[in-house]
Write a protein that binds this ligand. Structure first.
Ligand SMILES: *Cc1c(COP(=O)(O)O)cnc(C)c1O
Length: 480
């Protein structure tokens, strides 16, 4: 028998390993609801369980998969669990999971056209679908990236190049006090100083205040600074609030500012009637962040930046002649109208990211995605109704974009005591393990927050969750 090349498995070994892994994933899909929604181990314990030396010797892969099944996968926050109501849940779908297997199994290089012409066609097609969904014109374009953080960073890089021709220490970006922290991080990486990001107050609905924004722009112009970009929220992570996108588009047109809508979480809801109404005006933005790994039910990591004018990405990310990579000479010699994704974003090597979204959107059809998002809206509505009916809660922000926030009500307690009750309730809920609910801060006060957008959750689970939250709040409250 000739020795096999290194790192190869026989046909039977591949079949066995594939079956073992697939069984594990199918079992996860079928039993997820029965498992604890959130387990976090202390570092000392994970060190004992999982630390091993640099592996000079081989271990049967079956045993390794068993370790993953026993020690790793269960000990996490399951963001795809039906009762994961914290942060932004990430319910997936099995078709996209298989999509991920096909992506890495074939390992196509989707960085430029020569390497992945047909896959590139699918990337372009998927981007065009998303552009059509958000209402961008035919000239629109975009790129699939790792997530919202990378999409937001890339958006600002494109905006700055397009409007200012590059870095400028007078350039000012406007965000609201509800803007996701990835924006601050992106701005810092791009070289913006803290003073170049203006945080604008929000109104009673936690939406960016237009008068406050107008005042800040006027003040900056008067001081000789260069306002160039407004970041609006297409659903804040905190409360689901949507900034006044239509009026912001008017203002940006008037002031000649770039309008970026961070819809990492919310923008996908535009495929439903309710989402479309909430996001009216988003189609007038210059760029939009939309994370398919949030409300389009894709496994990580899949984010997307969409731009109204596709050419701005090349302007921002194409490396010009004198810096051109000599080893890409053969790639660029033949391309004319073709798309090279490495010239539209940060990455050169990139996987065939569009495959899983393409596969699942075609396999289910858009109507199924619409139905899945609508369930999220309904579950948040149901949570709000249940909270109001219970009489012991103050609904702080109503159900919007699948998020509701609320606070324990007790006239005999101070605000600070209720903050403490809120935190204690989160801890008891986490120990209890029935559902994962977290708190956030609004106007300096702690509030509980439910984001029940997993389409597999149901009314009974929402009611039971709220009943337990009430029980735990009473317990914490009685402790004094
Ligand atoms: C989640 C989120 C982000 C960050 O996206 P990642 O995919 O986690 O990088 C940015 N903005 C908003 C509004 C989000 O909800």
């Amino acid at each position: 028998m000739p020795q096999m090349a290194p790192l190869q498995l026989s046909h039977d070994e591949m079949q066995d390993l594939g079956a073992q892994a697939l069984d594990l994933v199918i079992h996860h899909f079928e039993t997820n609801r029965e498992n604890p929604v959130a387990v976090t181990l202390p570092r000392a314990q994970t060190e004992r369980m999982l630390r091993t030396p640099l592996p000079e010797q081989a271990t049967p892969v079956r045993e390794l998969v068993d370790i993953l099944a026993r020690d790793v996968f269960p000990n996490a926050l399951k963001s795809d669990h039906p009762r994961f109501y914290a942060f932004v849940p990430s319910p997936t779908n099995f078709v996209s999971v298989i999509g991920d297997l096909l992506i890495s199994g074939h390992n196509l290089f989707a960085g430029h056209w020569m390497a992945a012409s047909a896959a590139g066609q699918i990337e372009i097609n998927v981007i065009d679908w998303l552009n059509e969904l958000v209402g961008f014109p035919k000239a629109g374009g975009g790129i699939l990236v790792s997530g919202g953080s990378m999409a937001n960073l890339s958006a600002i890089a494109a905006a700055r190049e397009s409007r200012l021709g590059g870095p400028n220490e007078k350039a000012i970006v406007y965000c609201s006090d509800q803007t996701h922290s990835s924006m601050a991080k992106g701005l810092r990486i791009l070289g913006f100083r803290p003073g170049q990001k203006r945080t604008i107050a929000t109104d009673d609905g936690l939406r960016l205040s237009i008068p406050a924004l107008e005042a800040a722009i006027a003040e900056d112009r008067a001081a000789g600074r260069l306002p160039f970009c407004v970041v609006a929220n297409g659903g804040t992570t905190n409360t689901g609030a949507v900034d006044p996108l239509g009026p912001l588009a008017d203002l940006c047109a008037r002031e000649k500012l770039w309008l970026h809508v961070d819809g990492a979480y919310g923008a996908a809801a535009v495929i439903t009637e309710r989402g479309r109404a909430a996001l009216a005006g988003m189609e007038r933005a210059d760029s939009i962040t939309l994370d398919p790994h949030k409300w389009l039910f894709q496994p990580y990591e899949l984010g997307c930046l969409l731009v109204r004018d596709a050419s701005v990405l090349q302007k921002a990310f194409r490396v010009e002649d004198e810096d051109h990579a000599d080893y890409l000479e053969d790639v660029t010699r033949h391309v004319q109208h073709d798309v090279n994704f490495y010239e539209c974003g940060v990455q050169l090597t990139r996987s065939f990211k569009a495959l899983k979204l393409w596969l699942s959107m075609r396999a289910f059809g858009l109507g199924e995605f619409r139905r899945a998002i609508e369930i999220g809206f309904e579950m948040a509505d149901h949570a709000e109704r249940t909270l109001r009916a219970a009489g012991t809660w103050e609904v702080v922000t109503p159900s919007q974009m699948g998020v509701v926030t609320f606070r324990w009500r007790d006239a005999t307690k101070t605000d600070a005591q209720i903050d403490a009750i809120t935190r204690g309730t989160v801890d008891l809920m986490r120990e209890d393990g029935y559902a994962l609910v977290m708190s956030t801060a609004l106007n300096g006060r702690a509030v509980l927050r439910l984001c029940p957008i997993n389409p597999s959750t149901n009314r009974a689970e929402i009611e039971e969750t709220i009943a337990r939250l009430g029980r735990f709040s009473k317990i914490v409250s009685a402790r004094g």
